[in-house]
Design a protein around this ligand. Structure first.
Ligand SMILES: Cc1cc2nc3c(=O)[nH]c(=O)nc-3n(C[C@H](O)[C@H](O)[C@H](O)COP(=O)(O)OP(=O)(O)OC[C@H]3O[C@@H](n4cnc5c(N)ncnc54)[C@H](O)[C@@H]3O)c2cc1C
Length: 410
């Protein structure tokens, strides 16, 4: 049996960052990272990379791990025995540990749909061989149907809209695409821009079934409409991978993730969790889940690594930020969505909204009526870099509970 001081399970951005940070914080400790995939991915812009055929550029460099002295094991941890502090792997190995970081990430949320197992139907898994297959099938497809108009679905539609030979249709159950991210006004703007680029958008429509013989051929909507389809992408969001933790008796929530405290400790003080698998800390609006992002995963990984043997850093209160550039328009969101149409738990978070216009940007800030503290913001304008810069400023202002009257956007 092998022994390691620090065992990191999962080698996505959270596991990779946690292993490197653990070596920096505790340079005399032995760090081992176990991950399933031979090659792990840099997890942003994957939809664009799939469409552009540039996935090879999105491989996380293992050289960094090697240089830092992290032992990399390509295998899957199957069970954790917390009493004896050891894990078993799919290849039959046992590894004992002093401290562990779970960075098992997330997987596509299930989409129970008749015909979802037909060839030509894909989900957005962060696995290189799988995404390469999508990349290849996209390149050949005449009719692409994307089911789910969230950020990943919209980004894929946008990326594929440049192909003259491809008809791209986006189907969304809610009244608008991106409704969980942007206000209704911004959703409408985004849809208008997507349509101008040739994307067909069908909203407020459920999918009844996928039809085909040897492969998918049609998508039948619940309103009876049938769409031709060579490739169908189910972009239904992601759920945290909690099975391993749950089987080990750690406290978990199937929707939120592995429960952790401010130091990223799980219910076992020797085990930490970070990234998509760890329950996010909601900010500002109780009950509104914080969407998962690579940036947060990296931040959490560093905090978890720092606290392994001495508690020294608390998890920062991270404000969600999203930006998307559609042609000459960039839309940005900071904090919880200001869109009652997004469904339960995402009602307008503030009692008031103020609009500010600063050069090429229009910014709507939602604030608490009782004290004027900024809670969330929605931005439209250009260019992307300026929108991002403003979002970073607004996120900091919201974190510091700045009254919206003191925001300096000019
Ligand atoms: C299509 C797509 C596009 C995205 N684009 C963006 C973007 O532009 N910007 C952004 O900020 N975020 C984006 N995200 C979200 C981002 O991908 C995630 O927030 C990020 O990947 C989380 O990293 P992670 O390491 O926590 O989890 P993951 O990336 O899910 O990695 C977890 C790893 O652990 C491994 N693992 C799991 N269980 C075990 C086990 N038992 N043993 C060994 N290994 C195990 C998995 O195989 C996986 O490699 C996107 C997501 C998708 C799906």
């Amino acid at each position: 049996m092998q022994y390691t001081d620090i065992l990191v399970v999962g080698g996505g951005i959270a596991g990779h960052t946690a292993a490197l940070a653990a070596r920096r914080y505790y340079h005399n400790k032995k760090v081992t990272l176990v991950r399933k995939e031979v090659r792990a991915l840099i997890p942003w812009g994957l939809a664009y990379a799939c469409a552009a055929g540039t996935l090879n550029r999105f491989v996380l460099g293992d050289a960094w791990l090697q240089q830092a002295g992290v032992k990399l094991v390509i295998d899957a941890v199957t069970t954790i025995d917390r009493r004896s502090r050891r894990v078993a792997t799919a290849c039959g190995e046992e590894i004992s540990y002093a401290k562990m970081i779970l960075a098992t990430g997330s997987s596509p949320a299930p989409f129970p749909l008749k015909g979802a197992d037909l060839p030509g139907v894909f989900v957005l898994k962060k696995e290189l061989p799988y995404l390469k297959e999508i990349q290849q099938r996209l390149a050949e497809a005449g009719n692409l149907v994307i089911i789910g108009g969230g950020l990943n679905g919209v980004e894929l539609a946008l990326a594929c809209s440049t192909r003259p030979q491809q008809r791209v249709t986006l189907v969304e159950l809610l009244p608008h695409c991106l409704a969980r991210v942007f206000s209704e006004e911004l959703c409408e703007l985004a849809e208008e821009k997507l349509r101008q680029r040739g994307v067909e958008i069908i909203t407020a429509a459920g999918v009844a079934e996928l039809l085909g013989g040897d492969r998918v051929e049609q998508v039948r909507l619940s309103n009876g409409l049938t769409l031709p389809a060579d490739v169908v992408i189910l972009a239904n969001g992601a759920l945290p991978r909690t099975d391993l933790a749950r089987q080990a008796g750690l406290e978990t929530d199937a929707q939120a993730g592995i429960l952790v405290d401010d130091y990223l400790r799980t219910s076992d003080a020797a085990i930490f969790a970070a990234g998509d698998c760890a329950a996010p800390r909601s900010h500002a609006v109780p009950g509104v889940p914080l969407p998962r992002q690579a940036r947060m995963a990296g931040q959490e990984a560093r905090v978890a690594a720092a606290n392994l043997f001495t508690l020294q850093r608390r998890r920062e209160s991270t404000i969600a930020r999203f930006a998307i550039a559609i042609g000459d328009l960039t839309l940005g969101a900071v904090g919880p969505v200001i869109n009652p149409a997004a469904g339960a738990g995402t009602e307008e978070p503030a009692s008031a909204v103020s609009t500010m216009v600063a050069s090429d940007l229009a910014v709507k800030v939602a604030y608490a009526r009782e004290n004027g503290v900024a809670l969330a913001a929605q931005i439209q304008g250009q260019p992307l870099a300026r929108v991002r810069e403003t979002m970073a400023y607004l996120a900091a202002a919201i974190e510091q509970q700045t009254p919206f009257t003191e925001l300096a956007l000019a």
